[in-house]
Design a protein around this ligand. Structure first.
Ligand code: 13P
Length: 230
């Protein structure tokens, strides 16, 4: 299983130094991936956890103030990168086209994209969840080569579940993951309020290949409990 951790905009330099020490003490056979913020990418030290970024520029290097390019991430040994997180789609108005450019830049630098997709509460209630996810995947993935496309890790993160404590039923997760897997050969992670308590139920979903954790990523003790139960 993949256990990917998204720190979001949390942890100052000093907090991160203590955090990474604690995280390195976690014992697990599962594949751990940590996505700290850009500044803490530079402070990352681990023998067993893979380094990820939370975002990348849709441009190549050059005159793009404030952007971080894929080749810069590569130079810091970043192996994975989250793209299309719903928080960025919403606040930074990231489009599916822009996300596609990010994925292309990542592949040019041997970095594996973790592509987030998911529906809002309203889209679920109006029966549009699959349509939205289909479009997010189609634009981001369909023009890649088959070889590249298959490498992308997809993270199904229902927006209404992120940071809310609301978890879809296993049947709802299975329905979406089945829909994705009928079209793509990719690994699919689940993200949204997953924790050491609800993992007993979530792990009954055979379609889940791993998890993308936000809040729980910041609590190494609870995270140890989570991976023990996986
Ligand atoms: P929470 O686990 O805090 O709900 O966040 C999930 C997430 O957005 C991971 O990318």
């Amino acid at each position: 299983m993949i256990v990917a951790l998204n720190n979001k905009s949390n942890l100052t330099k000093t907090e991160f130094e203590k955090y990474i020490e604690d995280l390195n003490k976690i014992k697990t056979e599962h594949t751990m991936i940590l996505a700290p913020n850009f500044l803490n990418v530079a402070n990352f030290k681990s023998e067993k956890i893979y380094l990820a970024a939370q975002n990348v520029s849709s441009y190549e290097k050059g005159a793009h103030t404030g952007e971080v390019s894929a080749d810069q991430l590569k130079s810091f040994n970043v192996k994975y990168c989250i793209v299309g997180h719903s928080e960025r789609r919403k606040s930074q108005k990231e489009s599916n086209e822009e996300i596609k450019s990010k994925i292309i830049n990542l592949f040019a630098n041997d970095i594996t994209p973790i592509l987030c997709v998911g529906e809002t509460k309203e889209e679920r209630e109006t029966g549009k969840a699959q349509e939205i996810i289909e479009e997010e995947l189609k634009i981001a993935l369909d023009e890649l080569s088959q070889e590249q496309r298959d490498k992308v890790i997809i993270a199904y993160e229902p927006i209404w579940s992120i940071g809310t404590g609301l978890i879809p039923t296993n049947a709802q997760i299975e329905e979406i993951n089945k829909f994705i897997k009928e079209r793509y050969n990719n690994k699919v992670l689940y993200g949204g309020s997953a924790n050491e308590k609800n993992i007993d139920e979530l792990k009954k979903c055979p379609s889940i290949d791993g998890y993308l954790l936000g809040g729980l990523s910041l609590k190494p003790t609870n995270l140890q409990e989570f991976v023990n139960k996986l």
